[in-house]
Design a protein around this ligand. Structure first.
Ligand code: ATP
Ligand code: MG
Length: 432
């Protein structure tokens, strides 16, 4: 293991942490960097956030720093903000009497660093770094497990998972994000304590699923959730225990860019139910309490995956109408960059389909780049023009007329000129 881990903490975080540590020390309190950031540093990764554990009580921390938010004062956590960066500072604590499988009935402050480290979930998450001496405190063999890439609970896994049903889900998420394996007894305990996991809120499950999307292999989390039957704990009617995701979708799931989590969710759901209709998927995603925006993106991507499994629309008219127009509509309602959409689609097509489909996609993309009008709002004529030119046309016919004009433009984009569309309108009206 490297010595002098704190030298790998980038600025401005290192300076902030030094200030936090020194301020606490000058007031006679101990403090250590702890949890995920120390684990990441040991793995040679740059942490994304930094948490401290301290002998100071939340009231003491509040007195020592100017900008403090009371994030979870009953659990001993306050957040100190320095130059807009948040640092969670938690008092050494002991968690007592878990009875609901979700949170301790009460916590006890004023314990030691050792006790505080023991209450943490996994050995890899129980490392503490002294920011002054750079001493690494490893009382749970966290470094060995990190080296072996193993996720192991501190103490008896059945007991630890029975205390808090979120821990098994965290184990699966860490396995997926870090590329670690779950130690056999810890893994067995996931199955044994399933009924405790069933008690966590779907919001917590959903948060862990999203975290898995941001790691390199979201497919690992999905495989574990299905293998362990975790999703069916929450949705017994929807999911059978032995559903197996398709390999191609799993590949797409791991390859799509992290930019749009809704798209990742779309492929995730397609991997689980490739045959289901979108309204059932919507129900499932709503039950998992994903945001509306994420659900919209996910369903759109899901429907693209479903369509791509059918024969592809070949002519340019069909490409404009069936493929590009829905894309243009989604992009405009979600105000997203076309690039974000097309790079996501390219991955899906490359991973889910064959070479011929990839060529079809290139062709479709060229059609897109020629900027054909695809939406009603892009027609060179609008409802007002029609009203003034054809005052006798009943208002309820405007919709069909505009749709007819859009068809005309999909067939040939050069038709999208005012005079031309007027002519087409006159012909259409004469046949009504
Ligand atoms: P990441 O932030 O990368 O997801 P992390 O390990 O920092 O991982 P956090 O949720 O930020 O996870 O929690 C910080 C630390 O708090 C953990 O490293 C662990 O020591 C402890 N911890 C978090 N959740 C639990 C839990 N459910 N049970 C026991 N300890 C926990
Ligand atoms: Mg963290």
């Amino acid at each position: 293991m490297p010595v002098g881990l704190s030298q790998f903490i980038p600025e401005p975080f290192r300076s902030h942490l030094q200030v936090l540590h020194k301020t606490l020390k000058n007031a006679n309190f101990e403090s250590y960097l702890v949890g995920g950031s120390v684990r990441d540093l040991c793995m040679g990764k740059i942490p994304k956030e930094y948490d401290l554990t301290t002998s100071a009580k939340p009231e003491d921390v509040k007195k020592l720093f100017r900008h403090v938010i009371e994030t979870g004062i009953q659990h001993g956590t306050v957040t100190v903000v320095m130059d807009k960066v948040n640092y969670e500072i938690t008092t050494f604590r002991l968690d007592k009497d878990y009875t609901d499988g979700r949170r301790p009935d009460h916590v006890e402050f004023g314990t030691s660093l050792s006790e505080d480290l023991k209450r943490r979930d996994f050995t890899m998450n129980a490392l503490a770094l002294n920011l002054e001496t750079d001493e690494l405190i490893d009382e749970q063999e966290g470094q060995i497990d990190i080296q072996k890439k193993i996720i192991r609970t501190i103490g008896d896994p059945i007991k630890r998972f029975s205390e808090d049903g979120l821990r098994p889900v965290r184990a699966m998420r860490f396995a997926s994000v870090l590329g670690f394996s779950i130690e056999p007894n810890t893994k067995k305990a996931i199955a044994i304590t399933k009924q405790i996991t069933a008690k966590i809120s779907v919001e917590r499950l959903q948060e862990e699923i999203i975290k898995s999307f941001l790691g390199p292999k979201p497919s690992e989390m999905l495989k574990l959730l299905l293998e362990e039957g975790t999703l069916s704990l929450f949705f017994p009617g929807i999911l059978s225990e032995n559903i197996s995701p398709q390999n191609k979708s799993l590949l797409a799931l791991d390859s799509v860019s992290k930019e749009n989590t809704g798209f990742i969710l779309g492929i995730w759901i397609y991997a689980i139910f490739p045959e289901t209709d979108p309204s059932e998927c919507e129900d499932f995603l709503k039950k998992l309490k994903f945001s509306n925006q994420m659900i919209k993106d996910a369903l759109f991507f899901f429907s693209i995956c479903v369509d791509l499994a059918k024969p592809l629309p070949y002519g340019e008219y069909e490409i404009r109408k069936q493929f590009l127009a829905p894309i243009a509509k989604h992009i405009s309602t979600r105000k997203m960059e076309p690039n974000e959409m097309f790079s996501g689609l390219k991955v899906v097509i490359t991973k889910l389909n064959d070479k011929e489909a990839v060529q079809w996609f290139e062709k479709s993309f060229n059609v897109w780049q020629s900027k054909p009008p695809l939406l009603l709002s892009e027609l060179a004529i609008n409802g007002k023009d029609i009203e003034s030119r054809f005052p006798e046309l009943p208002k309820q016919k405007f919709g069909v007329l505009l749709q007819f004009l859009l068809e005309t433009v999909w067939k040939d984009p050069t038709n999208n000129q005012f005079a031309n569309l007027l002519e087409h309108s006159a012909q259409f009206i004469s046949k009504l």
